[in-house]
Design a protein around this ligand. Structure first.
Ligand SMILES: *[C@@H]1O[C@H](CO)[C@@H](O)[C@H](O)[C@H]1NC(C)=O
Ligand SMILES: *[C@@H]1O[C@H](CO)[C@@H](O)[C@H](O)[C@H]1NC(C)=O
Length: 215
């Protein structure tokens, strides 16, 4: 008896689910948005852009690569893992542009930009191409959020990147200068919009980190 009640409840539930799928399908055909699907990157290519603070050289590093995390810790005692700053594309998907990472001549500052003009200006002032950190949107599409850039303008220059308005404002009170939006990315909240992605992991890269930051 219990079993048949359970089966009945299950059958009713299945019916409701089927009904809602059907109604959303009908709705979709009434107001399609083919442009959105065509211009968005593939969320399965998102990777966590993790943030580390290399305290000895007062420098922040952001990366989607596990070797960068390992090498930064091994090469710099005192490094702090600060968590996931954003989710960015690991390959150049539709509508995304490279998010370049450059290091200063002394390898004590990492600078990330998606702006080619800015990259060339940085190269002309002594910065060196380090890696393509990943790929981001240059405009706010597909549920993405702004990635704010802040700059600590001092002898120990440092850049930080955050999707959090609170963190941005806190950084300003700590002496950072707000320099604008570096591009558009996903954060933990916007990622929840993608049921297909519930877990994210760093990329394993073949490079052993020879010659990079940290030295
Ligand atoms: C790129 O950087 C240059 C130089 O700072 C600036 O003039 C230009 O507006 C930037 N382009 C975009 C799309 O933000
Ligand atoms: C960081 O990762 C990039 C891309 O895999 C690699 O080119 C670079 O050498 C790495 N640096 C360190 C210190 O791990």
């Amino acid at each position: 008896m219990k079993t048949s009640v359970a089966s009945f409840i299950f059958a009713a539930f299945a019916f409701v689910i089927q009904g809602s799928v059907l109604s959303s399908g009908v709705e979709e055909s009434i107001s399609p948005n083919p442009r959105a699907a065509a211009t968005c990157g593939d969320v399965s290519d998102l990777a966590p852009f993790v943030e580390l603070y290399i305290a000895p050289i007062t420098s922040h590093i952001y990366t989607i690569y596990d070797n960068n995390v390992t090498n930064t810790f091994n090469g710099n005692p005192g490094t702090q893992y600060l968590g996931t700053a954003a989710f960015i594309f690991s390959i150049q998907d539709t509508s995304t542009v490279p998010f370049y990472c450059l290091h200063s001549a002394a390898k004590t500052t990492l600078f990330y930009t998606a702006n080619e003009t800015e990259r060339l200006t940085a190269l002309a002032t002594g910065f060196v191409d380090y890696m393509t950190a990943g790929y981001i949107y240059p405009s706010q599409i597909c549920g993405s959020v702004p990635l704010y850039r802040l700059h600590f303008l001092a002898a120990n220059s440092d850049y930080i990147y955050t999707t959090s308005v609170t963190d941005r404002e806190n950084a300003i009170t700590l002496g950072f200068t707000y320099e604008g939006i570096a591009g558009y990315v996903y954060d933990l909240l916007s990622c929840e919009a993608f049921p297909a992605r519930t877990t994210f992991s760093l990329l394993t890269d073949g490079a052993d980190g020879v010659g990079g930051i940290p030295s």
